[in-house]
Design a protein around this ligand. Sequence first.
Ligand code: MOS
Length: 716
Amino acid sequence: MTTATTGSARAQGVVGTAHTRVEGRDKVTGAARYAGEIPFADLAHGWLVLSTVARGRIRTIDTGPVLALPGVLAVLHHGNAPRVETDYIGLLGMPPDPTAAVFQNDRVPHAGWPVALVVAETSEQAREAAEALVVAYDREAHDTELATGHPGAHPAGGVMPGETAKGDLAAGLAASAVVVDEEYTTPEEHHSMMEPHAATARWDGGRLEVVDSNQGTTWVQTELASMFSLDASAVRVRSEHIGGGFGSKGLRAHQVAAVMAATHLQRPVRVVMTRRQMFSLAGYRSPTVQRVRLGADADGRLRALEHRSLNQTSTVYEFVEPGAGVARVMYDAPAHRTVNEVVPLDVPSPTFMRAPGEAPGSFAIESALDELAVRCGVDPIELRLRNEPETGPVSGLPFSSRNLDACFREGARRFGWAERDPRPGVRRDGRWLLGTGTAAASFQAGAGPSTALVTAEADGTFTVRIAAADLGTGARTALTLVAADALEVTPERVRVRIGDSDFGPAMIAGGSMGTRSWAWAITAAAAELRERLALGADIPADGITVRSDTTEALGRLAQKERHSFGAQFAEVAVDTATGEVRVRRMLGIFAAGRIVNPLTARNQLVGGMIWGISMALHEEAVRDRGSGALYAPDLAGYHVATHADVGDIQADWVEDPDPDDPVGIKGVGEIGIVGAAAAVANAVRHATGVRHRHLPIRPDRVLAAGVRPAGGDADA
Ligand code: MOS
């Protein structure tokens, strides 16, 4: 036995210093295995068959010929699949999306709905058989068109209130010297993470084991347990390396289908989504139609604000993209109204996608603020600072911290905002018109209950076990730094193991809350372990382990408005002959809590900003009215910004430690995209004199709208 020591060796912590990913070598050498490539003995492969009609019923599934094909082991469908429980409470108090509860009935609620799983000895055999499977449908007329005034539109229920209102909106608008009243739209967007969804399920000594790629092993474990009526302890979900998630990697059809097939065949079964299948099975960001009405005094002080946001959902599940939520945090007015509305259509269920609500919502309201600034003749930064609220505009609660003004001041200085000529269309570089724009950003900062296990090993090292998820964000590395500081040792002595539901319940990698939630639990366990070690405890061969649970500590937190903030700046060049928009440079300055690892935090922020460029200029999934399916659902038909689309992007931050977090963390996962598209759109208006209110700002839209150079102003 040895006695471990902590402390005194290091005076300064490592949180806040740059550290390359602890699993970086494994990833670049291929040693890190992803869910779809982990070997299993006796593995069978399932291939999902998706509906070709957008609405109707399955009449027949002709399994006979397919079962006779080489290697085919089974065809699961609504006629033979096990019934699963769907009446339970899942994540965020919501029932599961029935898209995941596959093969329960003959109804087809959208194109690309899973109707069968073909299982075979090899993936190729499964695919060939799946493509040969003949499914006959009774078609029904479908409706896939999102439009304002749709008779099915209704205020959203669920986690957030659908509507908030105070003051007299009509009177506030009537009393305003300047009014902006415009509609903004954003298209259907897809997560498009690099690694497709993949899961392998098997029964192992009476326990169900699922090797998956997900944003929370606890999440998938508890949902699968509920669905298959198992004790949670009888389900183990592992997810060690993840090639991106962005909100899409929760419980989906592939895990459930794999469990059904593994149960049916009593052997391991893997189900992987193809890129095309992901466009109907992986969730997506709903298109939005938003109306913003702003009324202000001549100096830009808001007297009235209304933000309405309409999104679509499927007919089987109500998912709300709460676009109007931004105004509940960012801007106050004596008359203030926000409404999130939703309309069920014959389309796949949308889901969380990076900054759900804030990403499209900030495009609308931050564009509208820019319009107001133009009409008032007030600088857009000054306009925002004049409208900084004292307390939460809807909640009335104090902000835990709100350093938006520091972001704007630092950003303006570094971007060179003071030299900007506010007149549109006056800067040229050859055939390019140049413009700059800005927008504000915010995203909630929170934490979810988590447990962690921290072990002092006999060899003087420490092992942290927590069911955290590293989506590629650098979470594992951040937690290594946090644990090292909490234990007062160097990071080399700390091993962090994540992605295993057997480590106990923990927050998902979601809502920008992962790192904060997990760091809190690790810090608590490490503190108690240090006390135990300080008592001079002997360390047995299997170490000394302390378990923490943050549920109570989080419950004691005072109610406050808790958010990260940011200021986005963009400079664009617009080719008036082709309609092409290039983002030449972008700067984002954020107040996002204490930054644990500047290297990976910057990656997160820059990644979000690049997605903002992509959202502003490129991304758009187009649904064919006739078939109800998407045109060209793949990465050729759906353009995501690539290197050639991206100029000089910089992200940085101001000091902003969260006063109520043990480590000072807020979270950086989502705020990078918030406001980014608006900053680009506002820059396009500054370059051309024309306001674009419909994303993406495609070349044809720029050409059709034309330009109003030399000081004019117009609407697209
Ligand atoms: Mo995020 S949309 O909470 O993964």
